[in-house]
Write a protein that binds this ligand. Structure first.
Ligand SMILES: [Mg+2]
Ligand SMILES: [Zn+2]
Length: 216
């Protein structure tokens, strides 16, 4: 179910227009640069705010009070913004479908992040695996939705996350993928990310250097 062909088949059969269009530029990676804006897609927990780590695995903060923006994040996002990127949060929040979190709380966290950080938007999947939706990472539905909404060239864009599902979603959309590697006690991304960083700051430097090198 997590393999690429399965995911793409689902998009082909049931996906919205944006998903189908996205599929054309996704999966096989390096299409030549197409017109469109460039974006950095950012996972939320562990990338923007600190994840709550228990037994080596990351969890979202349970309340607004538990939200802690990682200290280097504002500056890293500013540098990406100055380099011309749209900055879009892409997050799975399945605790809402599981009944252990309220959607209002998640929305209040996002209001806080949008007020505090130079993000353009945060797109959310509230489903769990059983819902079979197209937006829950490793599906790339939210990246396709953003691409449609903002006119983003996915092959000139980046996905930054701290778990394999982030990397796989970015890869399926045809983005360059960066793992902020906390060495969680869980499955690794296969195939691996294009690059590994220790922090968002490091990832932002890498992206900006790559731009100067003319690779994107
Ligand atoms: Mg995360
Ligand atoms: Zn979903």
């Amino acid at each position: 179910m997590d393999d690429n062909s399965g995911g793409d088949l689902k998009l082909k059969s049931g996906g919205p227009r944006s998903a189908v269009r996205g599929r054309a530029s996704g999966g096989c990676g390096r299409r030549s640069a197409v017109g469109g804006r460039k974006a950095v897609f950012l996972d939320r927990d562990g990338v923007l705010n600190r994840a709550i780590v228990k037994d080596g695995r990351p969890y979202p903060p349970q309340s607004l009070e538990e939200v802690e923006v990682i200290e280097e994040v504002p500056q890293a996002l500013r540098s990406l913004k100055e380099a011309g990127f749209l900055l879009i949060g892409i997050t799975n929040q399945p605790d809402v479908a599981r009944g252990t979190q309220r959607r209002e709380v998640v929305e209040s966290v996002h209001r806080l992040l949008l007020e505090t950080l130079p993000l353009d938007q945060i797109l959310v999947c509230y489903h769990d695996d059983a819902d079979g939706c197209l937006c829950r990472k490793p599906q790339a539905g939210l990246l396709y939705q953003a691409a449609e909404q903002y006119g983003i060239a996915l092959s000139s864009s980046f996905m930054i996350g701290d778990r394999w599902k982030d990397i796989e979603a970015g890869r399926r959309a045809g983005c360059v993928t960066i793992l902020i590697d906390y060495h969680y006690a869980e499955k690794e991304a296969i195939p691996p990310p294009d690059w590994r960083a220790r922090s968002l700051e490091e990832a932002a430097h890498w992206i900006c250097n790559r731009l100067k090198g003319g690779k994107n």
